[in-house]
Design a protein around this ligand. Structure first.
Ligand code: PLP
Length: 445
């Protein structure tokens, strides 16, 4: 190929050129087939090349692709907001559309701060979060992220927002097991609130199932009840970052439903447009909007392309497709099928220390010794090597944990499109097993 002018993630790396995608498969310009077991970045939730979405794009493009939200509203934006309000948890009725997950969390943070200001409280400006969390790449979102790797270069520009331990049961910082642990990691929230004062804290943000920074780290049943109770008692809003988990990834529209917890604000992204268009959102509770509706009546935020009719039409078509084909109700069963197969592989390949996750968001963590759970030395770059061996074997998996961060073990996520069939899951496992075999022969011994 001629020299490139495109800034890619690793500037001296060679990237295959993808020609087209169909369902769970992608094909490069040389005809090589890849099974997309990571839905790209856990985004292509309904697979590639779905005709209904292409039709919806065309239909909307023929009407109008862009109107400016300060001048007009549009039918797709109105319909999508109404649809999402009906689909999500009861009190989350307001939608603010943006274009990426980072913008959604950044918007959520600003709405939380504004909420307190409208109530006459101007000191509540910090947003607490957890180690091993990722809420986005913009400076506000990075300030709320406990992702050491992605923060490092920008630390002088970031807000100093405190973090608590994640619910990382596989490596419990307290060396205990749930539920007997008494959820000590969640109670760290209370300790921090007491230390810095609730008067300074607007919100606490968490991914219901931890994605990129940890690899599908899944909290025990009561965890979010403890978190929400502490937040309520101290007048702190709870923001659930469902950019990765939302839109059915874990088996329900929002993952929070499975922990029976009602956040004050929820962020969505990725699966919302399923990769067909950039679109994301902050969903805001009625009670959070109330002082804003009675006060300044506007939210200070938004982007030129917020509530873009073309993007909203695509997201509506994605929801229709999910509903028509009853895709979300099947996610739990498919996830269990895959997880059982992965647990079998764990017996054959003991460097798979942990298999975890919910629905079709499954994490594999790798260890030198499954009993001692000792991580591999970082210099081995296990995650990165495994991912490239997987790609050679025609399967795409998502880097997580030490492969993107550096404070915990190596991990990858298996998160194929929710539309995957049993036959395709068997193909996925076959390709993954060949990858582990090859990795063992070439690198592990
Ligand atoms: N929040 C979570 C939980 C994410 O996983 C991500 C991206 O991986 C983001 C926010 C940021 O989303 P985006 O990359 O679309 O800006």
């Amino acid at each position: 190929m001629d020299r490139t002018f495109l800034i890619k993630p690793v500037l001296d790396a060679e990237y295959p050129l993808i020609d087209y995608g169909k369902g769970v498969y992608l094909y490069d310009a040389e005809g090589k087939e890849y099974l997309d077991a990571s839905s790209g970045a856990i985004t292509a939730n309904i697979g590639h090349g779905v005709q209904e979405i292409i039709d919806a794009m065309e239909e909307q493009a023929k009407k109008v692709s862009f109107v400016y939200r300060s001048q007009f509203t549009s039918e797709p934006a109105e319909k999508l907001a109404r649809k999402i309000a009906n689909l999500s948890i009861a009190n989350l009725n307001w939608c603010f559309f943006v274009n990426s997950g980072s913008e959604a969390t950044e918007t959520a943070m600003k709405i939380a701060i504004q909420y307190w200001q409208e109530k006459g409280v101007y000191t509540k400006t910090k947003v607490l979060s957890r180690w091993m969390s990722y809420h986005g790449i913009t400076l506000g979102a990075l300030s709320m992220s406990g992702h050491t790797g992605r923060r490092a270069r920008f630390i002088p520009l970031l807000e100093d927002f405190p973090v608590i331990q994640p619910p990382y049961c596989y490596r419990c910082p307290y060396n205990k097991e749930a539920p007997d642990c008494g959820y000590l990691c969640a109670h760290e929230l209370e300790a921090i609130i007491k230390r810095i004062g609730a008067d300074h804290i607007a919100a606490f943000i968490a991914e219901p199932v931890i994605g990129a920074a940890g690899g599908a780290i899944t909290p025990p049943k009561e965890y979010y009840k403890v978190i929400k109770e502490i937040c309520e008692r101290h007048n702190i809003l709870f923001i659930a970052d469902e950019v990765m988990t939302g839109f059915g990834r874990t088996g329900t529209m929002l993952a929070c439903e499975q922990w029976d917890v009602e956040p004050d604000i929820v962020t969505l992204g990725k699966g919302m447009g399923a990769g067909y268009t950039p679109i994301a959102a902050a969903l805001v509770g009625d009670h959070v909007m109330e002082p804003i509706l009675n006060g300044s009546k506007t939210i200070m935020g938004g982007h030129t392309l917020s509530a873009n009719p073309q993007a909203c039409a695509v997201s509506l078509a994605v929801i229709e497709y999910l509903e028509k084909n009853k895709i979300i109700p099947e996610v739990e069963e498919k996830g269990n099928y895959l997880k059982n197969k992965l647990m079998y592989l764990q017996k054959v390949y003991p460097f798979i220390g942990d298999v975890r996750g919910r629905g079709l968001m499954i994490g594999l963590e790798f260890v030198q010794d499954p009993i001692k759970k000792e991580p591999f030395p970082r210099r081995m770059k296990l995650t990165e090597t495994l991912i490239s061996v997987a790609q050679e074997n025609g399967i795409l998996v998502y880097p997580a944990g030490a492969g993107t961060d550096g404070i915990n073990g190596d991990a990858v996520m298996i998160a194929p499109p929710l539309t995957i069939t049993v036959k395709e899951m068997d193909d996925l496992i076959g390709r993954l097993e060949r990858t582990f075999q090859q990795y063992y022969v070439q690198y592990a011994k």
